[in-house]
Design a protein around this ligand. Structure first.
Ligand code: PLP
Length: 469
């Protein structure tokens, strides 16, 4: 399997290279050159067995099947539910698919536990090192750090918007005391953090010098890992399933598109957004227009640019990379672009998008608790609210993307009591934090990344980052 860029100006690469590159050199995102078909009948068995089968066509040119199967099994053995992504019934047509049973209690673990191991394997034996750089609005950071903290060949630099991630999310990242883990609180928004990461990757010499690698949801391997639970969940029902997906960067719901292209019985994909509603506005108007970020109770969805949407654009315009490149150039220049009518119409078929505000989010947490005795987190609540607006027949599967204890303030204001804390989260409050602050300035961050790579390579760099900035 080869991978091609959505902007058509970067070389086609194999899985191993795409894994380490993240963003394509032309600024585009990598996609497989064709969609493989799922085996028929759909694979059954333990989650890791289905996962190996579903993902195998994407990696088969890269490693022996036994090795891949072992790696996948290892990635999912740390989950606290043997089903990994269990379904839980909510009402007569709605189920939750719980994606928060990994080590950091968020759905990002499902992709990152695998991706960390894939990185380690890719670097092992070559004597190469890599610096993973990522931006997080909350959950990606801790999940990525958790996936990399024990990897000898990796450093991880995680940027988060200062004061804009929850206390628990921050502590999950900053209490990790490991020499290869570097947290930076950026004076800015999540979009600023994301832009910094993009700018770092655009710096060819830095990329090569330090072996820059990404784990953000632009990384193809993450999308690949997320295809699996769409397959396991949809195969549990007789009728084609509608998935309702709490959406930020569009990685999760794009994996649903991939699963559907591969033949999974998926009827509709519903994009559930909070007040940062760039996608619902696009679905209704055909114009993508970014505006300022609004802080909500579902901070992992507080973004105004959904990077992975470019992948769906590419698919919707018949994989016309030059058209995508033009639209994205217009977007970068003006903060807006519009698609032709015939392209816009395609988003009415098998897709829908809903905007849910904070008030309805809290109201939904309260209603679900009152009606079903189940406590859900605000991200999940956005999707439950979106599913409740749909009148068509089920099954509806709402992806439950975080454990409620990660967002205990919002949950408490909805139902009056804080959700029960898992012991590993409760312990964080007493631990020391390791974090430094920096302006949203790419030169400052680039210097820091070079220093880390130098230190990791055993060269002495005496100037401290703080003095330089
Ligand atoms: C990351 C995240 C999302 C958004 O997922 P995308 O793939 O970025 O669309 C939703 N909910 C939670 C809890 C998350 O951590």
């Amino acid at each position: 399997m080869r991978y091609i860029s959505t902007r058509g100006q970067a070389p086609a690469l194999g899985f191993g290279e795409v894994l380490l590159e993240g963003l394509a050199t032309d600024g585009g995102l990598y996609l497989p050159e064709r969609w493989p078909s799922l085996p028929s009948p759909l694979p059954h068995g333990e989650y890791h067995e289905v996962a190996t089968e579903v993902m195998w066509p994407f990696v088969e040119s890269e490693m022996p099947r036994d090795e891949f199967a072992a790696l996948v099994k290892d990635a999912y053995c740390h989950f606290d539910d043997p089903a990994v992504a269990p379904l839980r019934r909510l009402d007569d047509k709605t189920w939750l698919c719980e994606l928060f049973h990994g080590p950091t209690f968020a759905f990002k673990d499902i992709a990152l536990q695998l991706v960390g191991r894939l990185f380690d394997r890719q670097l092992a034996g070559t004597g190469r090192r890599a610096v993973i750089v990522g931006a997080t609005s909350g959950d990606t950071g801790s999940a990525a750090i958790e996936a990399c903290r024990q990897c000898d060949a990796l450093d991880i630099v995680m940027l988060h918007p200062a004061g804009r991630v929850s206390e628990t999310q921050r502590r999950q990242m900053t209490t990790v005391d490991s020499p290869n883990v570097h947290n930076i609180a950026i004076d800015g928004t999540f979009d600023d953090c994301q832009r910094l990461v993009k700018d770092l990757f655009a710096d060819e010499s830095l990329r090569r010098e330090v072996g820059l690698a990404a784990v953000n949801s632009i990384n193809w391997a993450r999308i690949m890992a997320q295809i699996v639970y769409y397959v396991t969940a949809s195969s549990a029902f007789e009728d084609p399933t509608t998935f309702v997906v709490p959406t930020g960067n569009f990685g999760n719901v794009f994996a649903g598109h991939a699963a559907r292209r591969m033949g999974a019985p998926i009827k509709n994909l519903i994009v559930a957004s909070n007040e940062n509603d760039i996608l619902p506005r696009f679905f209704s108007s055909g114009s993508m227009e970014s505006t300022a970020v609004i802080a909500t109770h579902s901070p992992s969805m507080d973004i105004q640019v959904s990077s992975n949407f470019e992948r769906l654009m590419f698919e919707s315009v018949g994989r016309d990379a030059s058209l995508v490149a033009d639209l994205m150039a217009t977007f970068a220049e003006t903060g807006t672009f519009s698609v032709p009518d015939d392209v816009h119409r395609q988003f009415g078929d098998g897709w829908a998008a809903e905007r849910v505000d904070d008030e309805e989010t809290l109201g939904t947490i309260a209603a679900v608790e009152a009606e079903h005795g189940i406590v859900i987190d605000p991200h999940t609540a956005v999707a439950v609210a979106a599913s409740r607006r749909r009148s068509g027949p089920g099954p509806y599967v709402v992806l439950a993307t975080a454990h409620p204890a990660k967002f205990s303030d919002a949950v408490k204001s909805a139902i009056g009591v804080a959700p029960q804390m898992p012991p590993t989260l409760a312990r964080l409050a007493e631990m020391d934090e390791h974090v430094r602050n920096a302006p949203a300035d790419v030169d400052v961050i680039a210097t820091f990344v070079r220093d880390i790579a130098d230190r990791a390579a055993g060269r002495s760099v005496d100037a401290d980052y703080r003095e330089r900035s």
